[in-house]
Ligand binder design. Structure first.
Ligand code: FE
Ligand code: FE
Length: 167
């Protein structure tokens, strides 16, 4: 689809996010499994549940637009998840704190990508006169921001600290 106006672009980016979130749902159980600290494990599990809700919000928006959410492949998230999986494999024999630090680094790349994308579509939704969409997108944006902050806290509180001693 060749975007000719902001509405087309909006749809394209929403489809991209729908594909991204669907891939994140598939990737998160691997993160849960790979996490060594119970807190990090719980954090990923919680975010998996949130991500399912985020997909539902996107589906609500698409049905309001009378459009299908399918049809776009998010190459950005494919690359980020690919690197994350590589990181999991590379740190499988590393000390727990080191592999958790690597997992957090990968997860934060995902969150920052999502934060950028949701910020954009939320603003576009407002410009297109779709405040209900904007409110749903804002909710998701807040969840992505919260998990990002939580990951930073986890990294700062113990993971990086332990990695320093283990090196
Ligand atoms: Fe998400
Ligand atoms: Fe997320």
């Amino acid at each position: 689809m060749e975007p000719t106006g902001l509405r087309d672009l909006y749809l394209l980016e929403l489809k991209d996010l729908y594909d991204a979130e669907s891939r994140i749902i598939k990737a998160l159980p691997k993160m849960v499994e790979a996490a060594r600290s119970p807190e990090l494990k719980a954090g990923f599990e919680h975010h998996l549940q949130q991500t399912r809700n985020q997909v539902s919000r996107l589906e609500t928006i698409f049905s309001g637009l009378d459009q299908s959410p399918k049809g776009q492949k998010c190459k950005g998230i494919i690359g980020i998840i690919d690197e994350a999986e590589e990181m999991i494999n590379d740190t499988v024999d590393s000390p727990p704190a080191v592999s958790d630090a690597a997992l957090i680094a990968s997860a934060q790349r995902v969150e920052h990508y999502e934060i950028a994308a949701y910020g954009t579509v939320r603003t576009w939704a407002m410009r297109l006169g779709r405040p209900e969409d904007a409110a749903l997108l804002q909710e998701t944006l807040q969840e992505e921001g919260q998990i990002d902050k939580k990951l930073t806290e986890l990294a700062e509180s113990y993971v990086n600290e332990e990695a320093k001693f283990a090196s």
